[in-house]
Write a protein that binds this ligand. Structure first.
Ligand SMILES: *[C@@H]1O[C@H](CO)[C@@H](O)[C@H](O)[C@H]1NC(C)=O
Ligand SMILES: *[C@@H]1O[C@H](CO)[C@@H](O)[C@H](O)[C@H]1NC(C)=O
Length: 467
């Protein structure tokens, strides 16, 4: 048995080395390509098309019987080779030609007309938002399906109306791309949610006000094959960018910023979305840097810089006894600075469903309050949450190569449910120091905890079986 296990390990180690070398060679081969050349998307995809590192980390980490299904699922690693492979040539539709003024008055009508023209054109279209101009927009919905593949080049700035009465019809969205397939949105410009008025009227800032949702700045709804890149998204009313019910998404070179005290301003929110890769992005806001919630599967985040904010989160899930599913998430390569959490899974008591097959690896923490945290007793409300017996089940989670500093003494917190303990959790090569106190690992209700390599701080080895 032991021998068999070793030969399997050797096999995968070899595969790992080969794929690593070929990936490296590919990087070198592409080194002199201009960063936004015509084949840039393809290069990007080939370079990151497979998370070759995912295999060995799982196999060497979890070897017990319970984790077999995890390994099986991982063989179906998604690829995004065809996303964004479409041409970016086409007829140009410039919003200025439809009456957009960029003079502080509302430009929504001009944008809507430009969109209608673009979306009904049978050949490829590039919608252009000119550089060095600021266009003011009320809530606006760019609806598909369109006849051809569209590219939206935002060179200038889109700025949201900050008159709440403009949001009466739909208080939850500002810009929406609704049911548009094969869409590229890029250009190096800015999407500014102008969110101050919404923050001031948030119940989290002014406790005498009722809690209400504020608009998400940029929503992609029911899109398939999306590329969103090279944009600055700032000061959203609430969430900055949301991918909802989308499939096959590449998001990269995004800069997302809002003040650290702006309430609920998640950076990139992934909900009910499958096959999405978020890379090379810098996110600093008042809430989660990336939040991944129910219905999401095959989510990869690579080369992410976070802070300020609440860190990279799966959840919250299971609120109001809801059913939630999130699986196959890899966060590989991130730096979090001064955030309230590092990498986190948060679920409310009383929920159901599962979170499974999650890898957080190669992550640097700088003065992060809770660098590693699973919280199955999450409660983000004024009233205390009462104890409930059901829970969103959490299993097969790897935390690997995570190092840096913790701003609290609780550097590792695995606070799992009494009735549904976390299952198959791996801590591998963890080194978290704390400036003031001796860092601790709090580890409650974990079945099958494996601590591999050098792990500091370590979970006390009383309440689990060593593998
Ligand atoms: C639109 O993009 C898709 C996906 O890349 C591609 O298969 C299709 O051929 C493109 N259509 C046109 C008209 O270019
Ligand atoms: C909080 O909201 C109340 C009710 O609208 C308002 O009277 C008060 O001035 C607000 N407080 C602050 C600090 O803005």
């Amino acid at each position: 048995m032991a021998l068999e296990r070793h030969s399997v390990q050797l096999l995968f180690f070899t595969i790992f080395i080969i794929s690593y070398i070929s990936r490296y060679a590919l990087c070198l081969a592409n080194y002199h390509e201009p960063p936004y050349g015509s084949n840039y998307y393809l290069d990007e995809i080939y370079e990151y098309g497979y998370d070759s590192q995912a295999y060995p980390s799982y196999l060497s980490s979890i070897e017990d019987g319970k984790s077999k299904d995890l390994i099986k699922q991982r063989t179906q690693i998604f690829n995004l080779k065809n996303v964004g492979g479409f041409s970016k040539r086409g007829k140009t539709v410039n919003v200025d030609d439809f009456g957009a003024k960029a003079d502080g008055t509302d430009d929504s009508k001009a944008f809507m007309q430009a969109w209608k023209e673009a979306c009904s054109n049978t050949g490829a279209v590039i919608v252009v938002v000119p550089v060095d101009k600021t266009y003011r927009l009320k809530p606006i919905r760019f609806s598909g399906p369109c006849k051809a593949n569209l590219t939206v080049q935002i060179y200038g700035t889109l700025e949201a109306s900050d008159d709440p009465s403009d949001y009466k019809k739909d208080g939850r969205h500002w810009i929406v791309f609704d049911n548009v397939q094969n869409l590229v949105v890029e250009g190096g410009g800015t999407v500014n949610g102008n969110g101050k008025i919404w923050w001031e009227n948030s119940c989290k800032i002014n406790k005498s006000l009722p809690c209400k949702d504020a608009p998400t700045a940029l929503t992609f709804y029911k899109g398939n094959n999306l590329v969103v890149s090279n944009l600055k998204i700032q000061d959203a009313q609430q969430i900055h960018v949301s991918f909802q019910k989308c499939k096959n998404v590449l998001a990269f070179n995004l800069m997302v910023t809002a003040p650290g005290d702006s309430p609920n301003t998640d950076g990139i929110h992934v909900t009910n979305t499958q096959n999405i890769r978020i890379t090379s992005s810098t996110i600093g806001t008042g809430d989660d840097c990336i939040s991944i919630v129910s219905g999401s599967q095959n989510v990869q985040a690579q080369d992410i810089t976070c802070g300020p904010g609440h860190g990279i989160s799966i959840g919250s899930l299971g609120k109001g006894n809801s059913n939630a599913y999130v699986s196959e998430v890899t966060v590989d390569g991130a730096k979090l600075s001064e955030t309230a959490n590092g990498v986190r899974i948060k679920t409310w008591q009383g929920g159901s469903g599962y979170v499974s097959n999650i890898i957080f690896q190669n992550i640097d923490m700088v003065n992060v309050k809770n660098p590693i945290i699973i919280d199955q007793n999450y409660c983000d409300q004024d009233d205390p949450c009462k104890e409930q017996s059901s829970a969103v089940h959490i299993k097969n989670v790897v935390f690997k190569n995570i190092r840096g500093t913790s701003a609290s003494d609780e550097a590792v917190k695995l606070d799992c449910s009494k009735s549904y303990p976390c299952e198959a959790i791996v801590l591998e090569n963890i080194n978290l120091q704390s400036e003031e106190d001796e860092p601790k690992a709090l580890c409650n209700n974990v079945d099958d905890l494996a601590q591999r390599g050098s792990v500091f701080p370590r979970c006390p080895e009383l309440n689990f079986n060593l593998l």
